[in-house]
Design a protein around this ligand. Structure first.
Ligand code: BES
Ligand code: MG
Ligand code: ZN
Length: 498
């Protein structure tokens, strides 16, 4: 079940209707218990000793109070500890958890009193960022992917009323977050969709349908067009599937003069069985999400178009299924990519870098000011970073700094790994220009180095390996059940700062 959510800026004083909840934070170092008395008296609910004892969870510093008579019917009171462990994800994560827990509680409205920015100014760049983290959390807690549940319940209505001193900042934060989260959810729906439905063609169709109406030009190169363009790398990986490969390109142009022209490239492997170098079942299960990089790119462009960002964006998503059949590409094959460089295939499960070879070459030919690619490229990056950060690979310090900062602001965090030329030695081939497989150690870096072969060296470029955080994981309240849409919030932050 999800709610039909409405998020409003509360224009009046706190006033409650039936079936409403109040969320209130106390930012201070004192024990929560001591602060509560004054607060309850001000609300005209003197709180008895026993009630306090029963409702106060000292571990989570939280009090949940259900009133029998009077309104609001539920009070959520939470202490916010601002110390070195405070995370900018606090409100996002809290509201994601709260909204999930409100299901079937029969509430109509939730009033949220936002704590003072003064207390939090060391942790957020500005007021909007604080407010957006909170609003994003409300949305994230409401995400479900239940298309395939037979006993789907009809959504309930739930209105949030946010109380904040500056109405103007609040209204624009709500508007920004609503658009952004709409794009994040679109991206998540693509990633969560099983590959039996989300074939390369279906990915292209959904992209067309959703982005064309926002003024984005979407073109799809089919198999014949890929052949004409000598995109043999994409054709090789997609060769064994009954679902033909394609290259999805998107072009968003702002109405005014663009401040920059950016190419975004995303791995769109709709299913990765490993090919002839087949994966075990346990590793295959999540591989419907192997197009999460492409899904992120599509979501980012959707957001940019909805928010009318003043940057020109070219999106490139090679969409394939890595399968097994009579026309599989094989370990030992040599494939000539569109750039003319040859690739020795040593492992058909290292397919992402192969399809990206053609996509990055195509992106380079569009002469953008910079290229950023997103790919669930390696298990090795997950070994290195776990699932709470994506690997960042670039030799451009400006790109690195700005992307890392956007990661901190959105909590879609990146960690920069070395990208020295020494690693090139490890992917040399005796019979082709480059091998698609390096040694076991440093696998995320050599995968990045492989990609570098196909990027115009004059164009600043960053590679983001999001194999960890793009796939559902337990590290917080909004990533547990469904693939996460990682990259959309990160990049919209990056793009909005241009
Ligand atoms: N799609 C996988 C990487 C992946 C792993 C994504 C786990 C998400 C979660 C990629 O195509 C792959 O199979 N990589 C191989 C590369 C190896 C053969 C060099 C890997 O990481 O094992
Ligand atoms: Mg693979
Ligand atoms: Zn893959």
């Amino acid at each position: 079940m999800h709610f039909n959510l409405k998020i409003n800026s509360a224009k009046d004083e706190l006033s409650f209707k039936k079936n409403s909840a109040l969320v209130k934070f106390f930012v201070e170092s004192k024990k929560l218990e001591k602060t509560l008395d004054d607060f309850f008296i001000s609300l005209n609910y003197p709180l008895g000793k026993i009630q306090k004892k029963n409702f106060l969870d000292k571990k989570s510093n939280e009090l949940t109070y259900y009133s029998h008579s009077g309104e609001p019917s539920v009070l959520f009171i939470k202490k916010v500890k601002i110390d070195k462990d405070f995370s900018t994800d606090f409100f996002r994560n809290y509201f994601a958890g709260l909204v999930t827990s409100l299901k079937k509680k029969n509430l109509n409205s939730v009033h949220v009193v936002v704590p003072s920015f003064l207390d939090l100014k060391d942790h957020f760049e500005n007021e909007s960022q604080l407010l957006r983290s909170l609003i994003e959390g409300i949305h994230l807690g409401n995400y479900t992917f239940d298309n395939y549940k037979s006993d789907k319940e009809k959504p309930e209505e739930l209105s949030f009323f946010i109380h904040y001193t500056d109405q103007k900042i609040l209204s624009s934060a709500i508007d920004y977050s609503n658009k952004l989260m709409n794009a994040v959810f679109f991206s998540r729906d693509l990633v969560n969709e099983p590959s039996i439905t989300l074939t390369p063609e279906e990915l292209a169709n959904r992209t067309k349908k959703e982005l064309t109406k926002l003024g984005v030009k979407v073109s799809v190169f089919n198999k014949a067009e890929l052949k004409r363009r000598k995109m043999n790398a994409i054709l090789a990986v997609g060769g064994a599937s009954d679902k033909p490969p394609c290259l999805i390109t998107m072009h968003y142009k702002p109405s005014g003069k663009a401040k920059r022209k950016i190419a975004l490239v995303g791995k769109g492997v709709c299913y990765d069985s490993g090919g002839l170098s087949i994966k075990p079942t346990s590793s295959m299960i999540e591989m419907k999400a192997d197009m999460a990089g492409g899904g992120a790119v599509i979501g980012i462009i959707k957001a940019a178009a909805m928010m009318k960002l003043p940057v020109e964006i070219i999106g490139v998503v090679p969409a394939v299924e890595n399968m097994i059949g009579g026309s599989s590409y094989k370990p030992g094959d040599v494939v000539k990519a569109a750039s003319g460089k040859t690739i020795e295939v040593k492992d058909t499960d290292a397919e992402g870098r192969i399809v990206l070879a053609d996509a990055l070459h195509y992106a380079s030919q569009q002469k953008p000011d910079e290229i950023i690619d997103f790919a669930t490229l390696t298990g090795a990056v997950v070994v290195a970073l776990g699932d709470i950060a994506a690997g960042l690979f670039t030799n451009d310090d400006r790109l690195a700094d700005e992307l890392l900062q956007s990661g901190k602001n959105t909590y879609e965090r990146l960690w920069r790994l070395p990208f020295w030329k020494d690693y090139n030695e490890m992917i040399k081939s005796d019979i082709a220009d480059v091998s698609n497989l390096g040694p076991r150690w440093g696998g995320a870096i050599t995968a990045g180095k492989f990609l570098e072969h196909f990027v115009d060296e004059k164009i600043p470029w960053a590679h983001i390996d999001l194999a960890g955080p793009a796939i559902k994981h337990k590290s917080n309240n909004y990533t547990e059940k469904y693939d996460t849409g990682f990259g959309v919030r990160l990049m919209v932050e990056y793009l909005s700062k241009i």
